[in-house]
Design a protein. Structure first.
Length: 319
């Protein structure tokens, strides 16, 4: 029996993680028929049924469970082998795949990719929100990922702290002179949805602030959220990184440090024993790019946000 190719195994692992053909298709950016075809090819290669298609969510057969347990180690060994061969030949990696949040992708993704081009022939950057990032990383769609705790499982996970992002309160002009306790108790709140780690973290912060008034408006977009604050519909809690996405929306608003909050940590994730070297290089490049942006473009475009970012990350302002 010929060994199935790695692409089929990666597809199978994604389906197994999601327990859904449609969810796996979205993660892999393929059609559902394409996913189904790959699973059938894999089953033909191993001559056994791997997925019980009569259950919802999808369940693995006994053979599928055995394969699921052994595929990660097999993929790790294959990637280690290819990396070692590249290093011995003095060549760069063919592809380096990195996942990060939409916010990071917008504010420093291009600069980071540019800083890593010497390390790989092609640097692929994909963005999204948690928990999708962690799921996709575990399904081996990225070599590296940048995400914030908490993580579902840290077994075999290498993590290094890159930078911290402070939470802030954003107020419209007509609330700027009011005590924050009064704002939290009486004024309308403009919020994010709770489907992401970021949204959940802000919800926890609101509880600590004693905010009991129901959210009047919810948004997935920071730009939309800030526009509603700007026009006086309510106040919001967001982060300094998010403010950098929409510096033009900071006109006519007041930004203050958020009480009862701690900055969110952004960690670089890699698979221990497999991508240690490239993770070390990437972490250094991330921190270099971060420092340059915090002292330069961010400071010019959103000085209040940049000042808060520099403060929580121990960066001095360049004269």
């Amino acid at each position: 029996m010929a060994l199935p190719d790695l692409d089929l195994l990666e597809t199978f692992l994604t389906v197994a993680e999601h327990q859904s053909i449609s969810d796996a298709a979205r993660t892999l950016e393929l059609t559902q028929p394409a996913i189904t075809k790959k699973i059938k090819r894999l089953e033909e290669a191993v001559n056994v049924t791997l997925i019980d298609r009569n259950t919802r969510p999808l369940q693995l057969t006994e053979a599928g469970e055995v394969l699921r347990g052994r595929v990660p180690a097999l993929l790790t060994e294959a990637r280690e082998l290819m990396t070692d061969m590249r290093v011995l030949s003095g060549r760069t990696l063919p592809v380096l795949r990195i996942g990060m949040s939409d916010t990071l992708s917008e504010i420093l993704g291009a600069e980071f990719v540019g800083a890593m081009t010497h390390y790989a022939e092609l640097v692929e950057l994909k963005s999204g929100i948690s928990p999708w990032l962690e799921t996709a990383f575990r399904a081996r769609h990225f070599d590296l990922a940048v995400d914030s705790p908490p993580f579902v499982d840290t077994a075999g996970l290498g993590m290094s702290l890159l930078f911290r992002d402070p939470y802030v309160v954003v107020l419209p002009q007509d609330m700027a002179e009011k005590p924050l306790d009064e704002v939290f108790a009486r004024e309308n709140y403009v919020g994010y949805g709770r489907s992401s780690k970021f949204g959940a973290a802000i919800t926890s912060t609101l509880t600590r602030l004693g905010v009991k008034k129901p959210t009047r408006f919810n948004f997935d977009s920071t730009q939309s959220l800030l526009r509603f604050v700007q026009t006086g519909y309510g106040w919001a809690v967001t982060s300094a990184f998010c403010l950098l996405q929409s510096p033009q929306a900071l006109k006519d608003v007041t930004v203050l440090p958020c009480p009862q909050s701690t900055p969110r940590d952004f960690m670089l994730l890699h698979r221990e024993g497999e991508t240690d070297a490239v993770a070390s290089e990437a972490a250094a490049r991330f921190q270099s790019v971060f420092g340059q942006l915090a002292q330069g473009p961010w400071a010019r475009n959103a000085p209040i946000a940049a000042e808060m970012i520099r403060a929580v990350n121990g960066l001095e302002t360049k004269e």
